[in-house]
Design a protein around this ligand. Structure first.
Ligand code: F6P
Length: 359
């Protein structure tokens, strides 16, 4: 009998609980193994938080629950942990050995780490030090390389499209230009798909630096042709051709910079150049919360089951992935790069054929 651990790292995503459930049920039903939950990602191993016994009863109601019952942190890199010294100063320390020690103390035969690029990068380095870890990809941004899709993305897309649909009805009533800022740090998957699904007139994504004039001219043209409102979707990481990404809070060695503000930058510029009334909505973490869609529950369940199979096959350093319609094994070293929207690709061309501009 094996004893396996599971943790959820990075930002949460709808479907993580469905992964936990699938791991536990597969481990118990198919292999007769025991599963324990590690709280707060790798941080939980380091700070010695109590673990959670995961049996069939514990995961009974998890399929439709958003978030993660194990908790997640996006500062859990064991290779760079902030140590505050008694004199108040701090330094970055590598405490990866401690993770391996704690896994031994817990008598873990293997660890399943569900997370994004940061979690996979840390997991890979731990595997190189001898840890037995397999990965499960998650991010609402859908920007992990070497898997066609991640769970959480479909839920975010549904939430963002609903928001755009709602903005459309009020935009129409008031003859307004509505700007919707959605998540998407380095990749514009949410913005692109939401914009197409919700009938946007312009979509601004990190992969295509924009010129506000192009959007402005598009809106003026629409208005001249009798359309009296317009919808613009902006990814939080989009930036002007000759400008930077917009940040609310600067980052440091532990925390990534917090993006935000590009929606207002675009909205103000559009108001000035079109003369139309413009309103800006920032969707924020609403798109990361709530019940996973059936599609995300299905994908998360497949990933969870496959990750236990990977443990049975000793596929250390591999991440479960979806290639086409099939589950595949992606080496963690190949998933650390970001998967971006191809500016020349079919998806952008599809949007352009529908008359959508990208600035
Ligand atoms: O999950 C990815 C993501 O949603 C990014 O698009 C966003 O920039 C980031 O997480 C925000 O995360 P947090 O506010 O939890 O740091």
């Amino acid at each position: 009998m094996k004893r396996i651990g599971i943790l959820t790292g990075g930002g949460d995503a709808p479907g993580l609980n469905a992964v936990i459930r699938a791991v536990v049920l597969t481990a118990i039903n198919r292999y007769g193994w025991e599963v324990i939950g590690i709280r707060q990602g790798f941080d939980g191993l380091l700070s010695g938080l109590p673990t959670v016994k995961l049996d069939e009863l514990a995961v009974r109601d998890l399929l439709l629950r958003g978030g993660t019952i194990l908790g997640a942190v996006n500062r859990g890199n064991p290779f760079m942990r902030k140590l505050t010294k008694p004199d108040g100063t701090s330094e970055m320390v590598d405490v990866a050995d401690e993770v391996l020690r704690r896994m031994d103390d817990l008598k873990l035969d293997a660890l399943i780490a569900a997370g994004g690029d940061g979690t996979m990068a840390a997991a890979l380095r731990l595997v190189e030090m001898g840890a037995r870890i397999v990965g499960v990809p998650k991010t609402i941004d859908n920007d992990l390389a070497n898997t066609d899709v991640t769970f959480g993305f479909d839920t975010a897309l549904v939430t963002a499209t609903e928001a755009l649909d709602k903005l459309q009805t009020t935009a129409e009533s008031h003859d307004r230009v509505m700007v919707l800022e959605v998540m998407g740090r380095n990749a514009g998957w949410i913005a692109l798909t939401t914009g197409v699904a919700g009938g946007a007139d312009a979509i601004l994504i990190p992969e295509i630096p924009f010129s506000v004039e192009v959007v402005c001219n598009k809106i003026k043209e629409l208005f001249a042709n009798g359309q009296h409102y317009a919808l613009v979707v902006v990814a939080e990481g989009a930036h002007p051709i000759s400008g930077e990404q917009q940040y609310l809070i600067k980052g440091d060695a532990i925390y990534e910079a917090r993006l935000g503000g590009v929606g207002y930058l675009v909205g103000n510029a559009l108001q000035d150049c079109t003369g139309a009334e413009v309103r800006v909505s920032v969707l924020g973490h609403v798109q990361r919360g709530g019940q996973p869609t059936p599609r995300d529950r299905w994908l998360a369940s497949r990933f969870g089951v496959a990750s236990v199979q990977f443990v049975a096959e000793s596929k250390w350093g591999y991440m479960v992935a979806l290639h086409g319609t099939k589950i595949a094994a992606a080496p963690m070293k190949d998933v650390i790069d970001i998967k971006r929207v191809d500016p020349q690709g079919e998806m952008v061309q599809t949007a352009r054929s529908l008359g959508i501009v990208f600035g």
